[in-house]
Design a protein around this ligand. Structure first.
Ligand SMILES: Nc1nc(=O)c2c([nH]1)NC[C@@H]1CN(c3ccc(C(=O)N[C@@H](CCC(=O)O)C(=O)O)cc3)CN21
Ligand SMILES: CC(C)C(=O)C(=O)O
Ligand SMILES: [Mg+2]
Length: 281
């Protein structure tokens, strides 16, 4: 039997988990035809669980705006709010590649601003790559960041930071506009992105993009034919209540479990059952 060297990772799943996943592992996985999962994470405990459960890529999303800070949209969240979350996720993990999502307003002015923010995320956040929203319009930003040695994940299709231009939460790339999504995908790959998120695009369009690009595609509401799939963790685990987007599948009912635990705790305090002798010094 051939023993693997400590630095070798033969597969994203099941390989010797002796070091962090790197961007090149994701490109190699695509060449082998392997699919992989990505989740958001914004804190120590979820980061550690996802890292140990074998999620190769964790995104500290600007969706922390909605799912941590309680804003309506992702537009208000700042680098100052996101950076401590990035640091927490990095500190809690050993294997996953950590991607920091650049917030609205921190890269649109041009390559110099984008590079400055990306450097902050790497230096102050300690993440291993950054993500930004936009295709052709962000090619210069991607080039500048990649040119400084920082890996970039792109994000095209429905880009929540530009919901006011896109006309709300809508599928992008239906009919004739499929070519727009393809042009954006080619532009970000050409600019040096190591992967690209495809959000809310028709499955057929995502399949075409995935077949055409050498870099992996990561779908959210983009059908089954992308190389990776990403969900917001509170959606995946059923912590978020209320109506979820159609692309969400709930794998647990954390909201139900936590409500139940909370009620029992409160009831036992009211009934004098907690704390018991074993909890008392
Ligand atoms: N919890 C959470 N999950 C997400 O997926 C997510 C965030 N937050 N925050 C940032 C963005 C916003 N995203 C969203 C938010 C809403 C819809 C939505 O309501 N979609 C509807 C309408 C689609 C349509 O009309 O075509 C759906 O049913 O999917 C989609 C993506 C994705 N991101
Ligand atoms: C949904 C993913 C791709 C994202 O950008 C986020 O969570 O911020
Ligand atoms: Mg985001």
């Amino acid at each position: 039997m051939v023993e693997s060297t400590p630095t070798e990772v033969t597969a994203l799943y099941g390989g010797p988990a002796t070091r962090r996943i790197r961007t090149r592992d994701l490109i190699a996985a695509k060449e082998r035809g392997e699919r992989w999962a990505m989740l958001t994470s914004y804190d120590q405990y979820t980061a550690s669980i996802f890292d140990q459960a074998g999620i190769p890529v964790l995104l500290v999303g600007d969706s922390a705006a909605n799912n941590v800070f309680g804003y309506e949209t992702t537009l208000p969240v700042t680098a100052e709010e996101l950076l401590p979350l990035v640091r927490a996720v990095v500190r809690a993990t050993k294997h996953s590649l950590i991607v920091g999502d650049l917030p609205f307003g921190s890269y649109e002015e041009g390559p110099a601003q984008a590079l400055r923010t990306a450097v902050r995320f790497m230096k102050e956040g300690g993440c291993h790559a950054v993500k930004l929203e936009g295709g052709r319009r962000c090619a210069a930003q991607i080039e500048a960041i990649v040119g400084a040695g920082i890996p970039v994940m792109a994000h095209i299709g429905f880009t929540p930071q530009s919901e006011h231009t896109l006309g709300g939460y809508r599928v992008q790339g239906r009919g004739d506009t499929a070519e727009e999504v393809l042009a954006d995908a080619r532009a970000v790959a050409e600019a040096g992105a190591f992967a690209v998120v495809l959000e809310m695009v028709p499955g057929e369009v995502a399949k075409r993009v995935t077949g055409e690009l050498r870099i992996p595609t990561v779908g959210i509401g983009a059908g089954p034919d992308t190389d990776g799939q990403v969900l917001v963790w509170q959606d995946m685990a059923g912590l978020r209540t209320g109506r979820a987007p159609r692309f969400v599948k709930r794998y647990a009912d954390l909201a139900g479990a936590l409500t139940d635990a909370t009620r029992r705790f409160a009831d036992e305090v009211r009934g004098g059952e907690f704390p018991a002798a074993e909890h008392t010094f």
